[in-house]
Design a protein around this ligand. Structure first.
Ligand code: GDP
Ligand code: MN
Length: 383
């Protein structure tokens, strides 16, 4: 789950970090009121789950409260990468001397959290990684011990030659790591971490992703979810307890188990197709989940065929069949359905489907080939 900048900053402040102040407004007069309180010289920032807001015109400097109101009106009417802006963050303008990058993420190769710092902050870090990788310094952190003071110091000296600035940066690097671990984050980032002409180091932007599996024990963070920032399909999948990731292809996939879902997507690609989604209906026996899954998949206009791939272990094939039959009854699918069922109660499932005039195969290769062929255009129903 992604957090907005203002929410991420709250977590950073709670870790004791030096973060620039700010208040959120959801209409232009509200932004003006905040700007007046800060003396008029403010920065108005779009609160959307997207980087690069600055480049998109979603970060604007104002020198008076009236100007802040105008900026807020403009930004609140914007869409940034397809996301409507519903709130702005208003902060006193900082006089920036330097901009650095500091981030923590889970590195799958190193199998531990890795801290990354770069003196080339303020710009896209992916761009720095591509054009100037030696400007990024990485430190894997042993999660048993956390970040050691000397490690934070070494990283900080990559950002600042001045000892006073480096000392402040080292503290912030440690605090960022602690906020990352303490809040169950999968990513925490400050870009830019600035130094001011007056010699202060502070975070003026914040980006945090929380691991969804951490949310059940962190109700305060779970409550930060912004429903407006989530697609209808994602919201529905979450409510139904389905793991769903939208992709751009035409073969809608409905699979039980994440591993089988990955293998199915690989096979779709192998036979020349493109998966429209990753969808794991899980190990449970629940027809409602199947119905929800089919509703999510068929709502995607790019889908040309729906591919069921069920390996019945704990999942019972007859329950999946019941879900399919229920869904077919409840809604007009509009696209052909191809089904592979094997495992627990497979015969019963096949009978139930046959009664309704539907066929199911047992071979994964066969069903995927058929799905890819159907997605190609010439619809031949398996029924
Ligand atoms: P992003 O583009 O979504 O990453 O948004 P940021 O919060 O990082 O803002 C983008 C850029 O706007 C920063 O890198 C700064 O250069 C500039 N900026 C943001 N806040 C201030 C500020 O208070 N003062 C000044 N001078 N520039 C700012
Ligand atoms: Mn930024």
């Amino acid at each position: 789950m992604n957090l907005h900048e203002y929410q991420a900053k709250e977590l950073f402040r709670a870790a004791g970090m030096a973060v620039n102040p700010g208040e959120v407004a959801d209409d232009p007069p509200g932004a003006r009121a905040v700007a007046e309180r800060y003396g008029g010289r403010v920065v108005v920032k779009a609160q959307v789950h997207s980087g690069g807001r600055g480049k998109a015109g979603g970060v604007r400097l104002a020198s008076t409260a009236a100007e802040a109101e105008q900026h807020a009106a403009a930004i609140l009417g914007m869409e940034i990468r397809g996301l409507a802006v519903e709130r702005v963050l208003v902060s006193p303008t900082e006089d920036i001397a330097t901009e650095a990058y500091v981030g923590v993420l889970v590195d799958r190769e190193a199998q531990c959290p890795v801290i990354m710092v770069s003196a080339e902050g303020g710009v896209d870090i992916e761009e720095v990684a591509a054009t100037n990788p030696e400007a990024i310094h990485k430190l894997p952190v042993d999660p048993r011990y956390g970040i050691m003071p000397h490690q934070a110091w070494t990283l900080a000296t990559r950002l600042h030659g001045d000892a006073g600035l480096a000392r402040q940066a080292a503290r912030i690097i440690s605090q960022l790591y602690d906020a990352f671990v303490g809040n169950g984050a999968s990513m925490a980032e400050i870009n830019p971490l600035i130094s001011t002409a007056a010699g202060e180091v502070k975070a003026i932007d914040a980006k945090v992703s929380i691991d969804d599996n951490e949310l059940f024990r962190r109700p305060a963070i779970a409550g930060m979810r912004d429903p407006a920032s989530e697609s209808a399909a994602d919201a529905k999948a979450r409510a139904a307890g389905l793991s769903f990731v939208k992709l751009e292809g035409s073969v809608g996939c409905c699979v039980n188990g994440a591993g089988l879902a990955m293998a199915t997507m690989d096979l779709v690609k192998y036979y020349g197709g493109e998966p429209a989604n990753f969808l794991d209906i899980g190990g449970s026996s629940n027809p409602d989940k199947v119905v929800a899954a089919l509703e999510i998949i068929t709502a995607d206009r790019g889908v040309k065929v729906i591919l069921f791939n069920i390996f019945g272990g704990i999942t019972r094939c007859d329950d999946v069949a019941r879900g399919i039959l229920e869904a077919v009854e409840r809604m007009d699918m509009g696209v052909p359905l191809v089904i592979r069922l094997t495992g627990t109660n497979e015969e019963l499932a096949r009978e139930m489907l046959a009664d309704a005039g539907m066929a199911a195969v047992t071979s994964m290769d066969d069903v995927v080939r058929e799905a890819v062929r159907l997605a190609g255009g010439d619809h031949v129903d398996l029924r």
